[in-house]
Design a protein. Structure first.
Ligand code: CP
Length: 361
């Protein structure tokens, strides 16, 4: 095995905004306890990922530390995914999720069967997703699927015996987006995973978790960091942006929450603002909560950060891109490494890691 480490992978493409060292820190320097507990990550071997709730707080913590290693070190020469094939089956448009998963696999020397447009499969001729799943069993080692229909993952799993990663299902969930969100946030505030550090973040959500899958998965993962979160404020045009299931999850976590349509009142108090506007409605898209717009003149708290899963419309003005509030580019770029970490675990290749990756049994 080649143990040489070279320039880190992220140097190739990450262009941090000006004055944003805090937002684009050197990942490996972040954590007091850098050792990655291999035993926790071994629990992900051959697992499917359908919901943010499929991860324990422990697994998220170890995945984040592992991703920080992958972002800091050059490990592609260890060929971690050599001989593995990932099938990316996208029945709905994507820029970041498909390309970052494919980049993650290719940079680790795995191979891809890429279906960027579901209508190129037999589904166009009436084939069922159950039958497509049965075929995929013979072609690859893992399926990464996005679909406009919320029940599509359940349907393909009736025929599929490979692990599957939900890359966004209708109005359901987008669990690996939540991993990317929390990877960016934990790099910004490593105290989130330090049991000895005090932290009390005020989260704000501009959007509708009941209809926006990325927002829902972000929120479900937030509940796993309940000890570090003071409160969550939902700012939405909807009278009930949460729905009963999400309300019950927040109540069970014991986190204070407020629902409001008054952005101006709450914005100056928030440490983290998660925003989104595009939602799927069947085969089409629409914008929701789009009256809530942020730009460089918005009354943001000093030090506050903005997350957005992207794509954006006009709710997130480009004037913020060069500001210290921009955590959304770190969120998008870091997705490659957190997805690499997850793929290595699911595909059982932790044993290929060079010794510079601080795994402990
Ligand atoms: N964040 C996200 O899901 O982006 P894409 O729709 O481009 O994949």
């Amino acid at each position: 095995m080649n143990r040489k480490i070279g320039p880190n992978q992220s140097q190739r493409f990450t262009k941090p905004p000006e004055d944003s060292e805090q937002l684009n820190p050197e990942p490996l320097k972040l954590f007091k306890n850098k050792e990655i507990r291999e035993q926790v990550l071994l629990g992900l071997h051959q697992k499917s990922v359908l919901s943010a709730n499929d991860f324990s707080a422990e697994q998220i913590t170890e995945l984040v530390k592992f991703a920080a290693s992958l972002e800091s070190l050059e490990i592609s020469k260890a060929h971690p995914l050599d001989g593995k094939i990932a099938i990316t089956a996208f029945f709905e448009a994507s820029t970041r999720t498909r390309c970052s998963f494919e980049s993650a696999v290719l940079r680790l020397d795995g191979k891809i069967i890429s279906i960027p447009e579901g209508s190129t499969t037999g589904v166009k001729k009436g084939e069922s997703l159950e039958d497509v799943g049965e075929m995929f069993n013979a072609y690859g080692d893992l399926v990464i699927m996005r679909h406009t229909a919320t029940d599509a993952i359940a349907r393909i799993r009736q025929g599929l015996r490979l692990p599957i990663i939900n890359a966004g299902n209708g109005t359901g969930e987008h669990p690996t987006q939540a991993l990317a969100d929390w990877y960016a946030l934990i790099k910004w505030r490593p105290a989130l995973i330090d049991p000895d550090a005090a932290l009390s973040l005020k989260l704000g959500i501009l959007g509708t978790p009941g209809s926006m899958r990325a927002v829902k998965s972000f929120l479900l993962m937030a509940l796993k960091f309940r000890d570090k979160i003071d409160s969550v404020t939902f700012i939405s045009e909807m009278a009930d942006p949460l729905g009963d299931e999400i309300k019950e999850a927040i109540r069970s976590a014991g986190i204070d929450y407020t629902v409001s349509n008054d952005m101006g009142k709450h914005l100056p108090e928030l440490d983290v603002i998660y925003m989104n506007s595009i939602v799927c409605v069947g085969e089409n898209y629409t914008a929701m909560d789009s009256s809530y717009k942020l730009n460089k003149d918005s009354p943001l708290k000093e030090g506050a950060v903005i997350l957005h899963p992207l794509a954006r419309l006009d709710e997130l003005d480009r004037s913020l891109d060069d500001s210290p509030h921009n955590l959304y580019f770190s969120q998008a770029h870091g997705a490659v490494f957190i997805r690499q970490a997850l793929l290595i675990c699911i595909l059982g290749r932790l044993n290929t890691m060079p010794r510079e990756v601080p795994l402990v049994p």
